[in-house]
Design a protein around this ligand. Sequence first.
Ligand code: ASP
Length: 322
Amino acid sequence: MILVTNNEGTVGAPTTAHMLAEGAQALDAIEAGIRLIEADPSVRTVGRGGWPNLLGEMELDASVMDGTTLRTGAIGALQGFLHPVSVARAIMQHLPHEFLVGEGAARFAREIGAETADNLTEDSCRVWRKWFDTEVPAEVKRAWPDTPLAALCRHAIDPEVGRDTTVFLAQDAAGDVCTGTSTSGWGWKYPGRLGDSPIIGAGSYADTRYGAAACTGAGEMTIRCGTARCVVLYMKQGASVGDAVHEAVNDMRALKGGLISRVTIHAIDTSGNHKVIAVNGAGDNKYWLWEGKGEPRLMPAEPVVISSVETRATPAARYASR
Ligand code: ASP
């Protein structure tokens, strides 16, 4: 048994680990852990309390994958529900589809009686409002929200802007390997923007025969590389989990243009091994590891630089402190 989750998984990791220890199926344990994070407004990048898009709306993304059946469930740009991960899982359980977005996702969430929530907390709203008041030009404000937003996207791609995802990768006592992700995506993102978290193959992938991978950071990069699927494929082809992740990092070196920023790749194999690499990340990038006994331990990710990432003050960082 093994569990890997990132720093955002802190409030859920003990629950998932305890459930796995008691014999729970990996997806049940992952969903239970992620639900705690989604409901916790102190986690600023997942669920309630996350950062809104450019219009000040909360659009949440989540996914699950069962590596034994290779069934997946994913939702994107979901508004108004507390537990995107459970809506994603319900897609897997109740529909012949794998992925719903926007209005259709919300409609399905209502249909299954998912818990509704106003995910924009007072503090996130205050920070967004300060950004709006200070950064949006007067003529754009006058036409708001029927105004071109593309130029304002520069606030979303700032490397210090509030963003992250929680990713969970686990192998249970029966050997099943599963993944789960949940995020509010990038703060100040263009409305409707999906990152990699709900895109199976980019932000996560699980196959009980080989292992699993899940990513955080610039989803634009892992979408272009199909990162999570590639890591598992490289393991299928015989690479160790460490070599598979390094090969996926090498794939990223071929990216030309577009957004190049930070990505953290988390991976496990089926023999209890794991690897976490922070691409363009700092040495303080941490993750939780549980290896079948005791409590989860906080571990440092291995930093790897593929290109320099500019850092400067950001909407969230700049206004959160005031
Ligand atoms: N990967 C997520 C996305 O692209 C955000 C993150 O983990 O920082 O939406």
